[in-house]
Design a protein around this ligand. Structure first.
Ligand code: ADP
Ligand code: MG
Length: 226
């Protein structure tokens, strides 16, 4: 199995659904250490992405590669989401989009996309792991994906490792003191709360895994029927 444009589309739609379902929770996390808008910001952005992709589908004009789909995500998030979160996530998606032009991604392409996305957002935000930002979800995900690919895991295995590491990375932001972004203004008072951007990033990577799992189970059914 490799992951094509249909996977990327499914990923994006599932990510939009997960963000919508968790909008209030993300906004509450941002209320504790920010300005209570992260869930609303991202929900607005992801809805705009889905609207754009729906229009492209209707016009018979859908991107033919995963990179093409992710580029639409990037440019739409950059254009529609205010604050720090949108441009940073947009940068991550843009770097992932540019990391590979192939029509289908295997484990190696996934690893490269995650590494590029992470390095891009770290550079744009001047953030590193431990700063209590979305990089605390993306960096462990990229590292875990690479390790999984190196021991021969397939696309689902690589994304499972990435999503699990992102969830843990988001949890692990709780005790940290924020060193970047709005939360850093709170100093020690930022400790004891989960970073909203790390949490939303973990949801987005979870959606990538679910979309890949769905495709591999479709394929299994085809094999069973054959
Ligand atoms: P804003 O902080 O402008 O209100 P959001 O609430 O949408 O924007 O997003 C906040 C999230 O953005 C934070 O939880 C954090 O994960 C991320 N973030 C903020 N600043 C940075 C940065 N410099 N580098 C990386 N991520 C950052
Ligand atoms: Mg905010």
């Amino acid at each position: 199995m490799s992951l094509d444009a249909a996977w990327a589309l499914d990923w994006v739609r599932r990510a939009a659904e997960l963000i919508a379902e968790n909008r209030a929770e993300l906004t509450e996390l941002d209320r504790a250490i920010g300005d209570a808008d992260h869930g609303d910001n991202l929900d607005r952005g992801m809805r705009a992405v889905v609207t754009k992709l729906d229009a492209a589908q209707e016009a018979g004009n859908l991107p033919a590669t995963p990179g093409g789909v992710l580029k639409v995500v990037a440019t739409t998030l950059m254009a529609t989401v205010g604050g720090a979160g949108g441009p940073l996530l947009g940068t991550a998606f843009l770097k992932a989009a540019r990391s590979c032009e192939a029509t289908a991604w295997g484990p190696g392409e996934l690893v490269r996309a995650l590494e590029e996305a992470t390095s891009g957002l770290e550079a744009r935000g001047h953030a590193i792991s431990g700063d209590k930002t979305m990089a605390d979800a993306w960096r462990p995900a990229a590292v875990a994906a690479k390790e999984a690919a190196e021991i021969g895991e397939d696309e689902v295995g690589v994304l499972t490792a990435a999503a699990q590491a992102a969830v843990k990375g988001a949890q692990d932001t709780e005790p940290l003191q924020a060193r970047r972004g709005r939360a850093s203004f709170l100093g020690e008072r930022s400790c004891g709360h989960r970073d909203p951007g790390a949490q939303s990033s973990a949801l987005i990577l979870q959606a990538a895994l679910e979309a890949a799992r769905d495709r591999s189970s479709d394929r299994l059914q085809v094999v069973e029927q054959a």
